[in-house]
Design a protein around this ligand. Structure first.
Ligand code: GLC
Length: 506
């Protein structure tokens, strides 16, 4: 299948490219950047939500699953983007948000669809039906004065949860999927795929545990009964049946936001989501031992025939160039090399390719309830006031961070993260070296993560603070110091601190 060794690029439409000078990125803006994406060599473009939304959660509160947000353009603009991407061999994926709708969705106001949502009476003392907390804080229940009942929302009160035990909800989403697949959409990223099903008895959650995600540790609750229930797989299977009606089958990429690999594996089934995002990997500290360990454990737990999906940044999680690398360019290039040499599918978030950092957003410019603005600031295209994102002089919806890391300059610089990203993507595609099984190399110096790929590559990543040496006969194919590309290794590979290389062994 096309996605098995693919690079999927996530664009956050509001911050990618602004074609009409209103400070908000839009669909024609993305279309205007397809040449960049084709040059980069990506296989698919995943767009964060493009649907009409009142934007309490910046598009993840959907008011119409079959429309286009007027800030981003029209249905024609989206069709044009799909067509132009297709001409360049790029698949377009949208972001389906099935867990909840906006409270402005017409379903939420339709008495005939009341049981599409989770409504419950208060406890006798008037308090919410159980102790569940919302991911953004506060109770997961909001009282509707008119009916005297509470409705459930795992996120904001403006995002009522759908009741996925309800057959009508399932049938409605079959049609939504078909609607988009018939329009040439190649697949969906499935938002909150791990949380579609909640405990039907609505039992109280226990206190947080040390292995809970940072969000849930902060909230102080282990989301045992409202997130991560295995029954969500039945919903994924249903999506998959619809995906298989199309040729090629549409791709379902799950936002399976669980921290434990064992929990992740519940969703890795042959007839459900084809790809499950690995947040245990994303949240691993940038240390050779820890990364080698989480990758080895992932590989050993994955059932035969399944494809891992790796990512290090997103519109929710701090950018990897900041979180993992504290801005250090050499470290960021090591991160990119690792991501692009692993087995399976790699997801890049817009800006990863230039090692874009997450700037501080001043309090008066904060837009997001969840503190995620720093990873959503406009893309750096050029070193100028509007960053090439919008016209110079326009104040964009979120402030522009430093523009010294930008696409234009990095295209001209052979040592740049951008050129490295492009050349690694090309290497994945055009020589068999980075194909086949992942095998860890066990006897390595401190600070080094090394592995082989069945196709013949040896990948050595030195994340330590000192140089490292390994016995190798062969030649460097790509090094993070590009002056070392094609260097012959006559017995000993020497890597400087924060240097990494793909090697062919002789
Ligand atoms: C997903 C999205 C995130 C959003 C949440 C609620 O986790 O990635 O941006 O806030 O769902 O819709």
């Amino acid at each position: 299948m096309w996605w098995e060794n693919a690079v999927i690029y996530q664009a956050y439409p509001r911050s990618y490219a602004d074609s009409n000078g209103d400070g908000i990125g839009d669909l024609p803006g993305i279309t205007s950047k397809l040449d960049h994406l084709e040059w980069l060599g990506i296989d698919a473009l995943w767009l964060s939500p493009t649907f009409p939304s009142p934007d309490h959660d910046w598009g993840y509160d959907v008011a119409d699953f079959c429309g286009v947000h007027p800030d981003f353009g029209t249905m024609r603009d989206l069709e044009e983007l799909i067509l132009e991407a297709g001409r360049r061999g790029i698949h377009v994926m949208l972001d389906l948000v099935p867990n909840h709708t906006s409270n402005e969705h017409q379903w939420f106001h339709d008495p005939a669809k009341r049981d599409w949502y989770v409504w419950r009476d208060p406890k006798p003392d008037g308090s919410p039906p159980n102790n569940w907390k919302a991911a953004f804080g506060g109770s997961a229940w909001t009282l509707d004065d008119e009916s005297g009942q509470y409705y459930l929302h795992n996120f904001l009160p403006e995002q009522p949860d759908l009741d996925w035990w309800n057959e009508e909800v399932r049938a409605e989403f079959d049609e939504i999927l078909r609607f988009w697949f018939e329009r040439g959409v190649a697949g969906f990223r499935i938002d909150v795929a791990h949380a579609l099903i909640k405990d039907s008895q609505l039992r109280d959650n226990p206190p947080a545990t040390p292995t809970d995600s940072p969000t849930w540790q902060r909230i102080g609750q282990h989301p045992k009964y409202n997130l991560g229930l295995p029954e969500a797989v039945d919903v994924h299977r249903r999506f998959r049946r619809v995906a298989e009606e199309f040729d090629p089958p549409a791709l379902l990429l799950g936002e399976t936001y669980v921290m434990e690999l064992d929990a992740l594996m519940r969703y890795v089934v042959p007839d459900g989501l084809q790809l499950c995002m690995n947040f245990a990997f994303l949240h691993t500290p940038f240390s050779a031992d820890r990364l080698a360990d989480v990758v080895a454990r992932t590989e050993s737990l994955l059932p035969p025939g399944s494809t891992p999906a790796w990512h290090a940044s997103s519109h929710d999680d701090q950018r990897f160039a900041t979180r993992w690398c504290d801005g250090d360019l050499a470290a960021a290039k090591c991160g990119l090399l690792a991501l692009l040499c692993l087995r399976g599918t790699t997801l890049l978030y817009q800006g990863d390719e230039i090692a874009m950092e997450a700037p501080t957003v001043p309090p008066e410019r904060v837009r997001d309830v969840g503190g995620r603005d720093p990873c959503r600031t406009p893309m750096g295209w050029e070193d100028r006031p509007g960053a090439g994102f919008t016209d110079d002089g326009v104040e964009p919806w979120l402030p522009i961070g430093p523009t010294d890391r930008n696409v234009a300059d990095q295209r001209a610089d052979p040592q740049s993260p951008l050129r490295l990203t492009r050349d690694l993507i090309s290497l994945r595609k055009h020589r068999g070296l980075l194909h086949g099984a992942y095998e860890p190399v066990r006897d390595v110096p401190d600070g080094v993560w090394a592995f082989t790929r069945e196709g013949g590559a040896l990948v050595v990543i030195n994340l330590g603070d000192r140089g490292a040496r390994m016995s190798v006969e062969g030649a460097i194919v790509i090094c993070t110091d590009r002056d070392r590309d094609e260097e012959t290794i006559g017995g000993t590979l020497e890597l400087r601190a924060r240097e990494a290389a793909v090697v062919t062994m002789s």
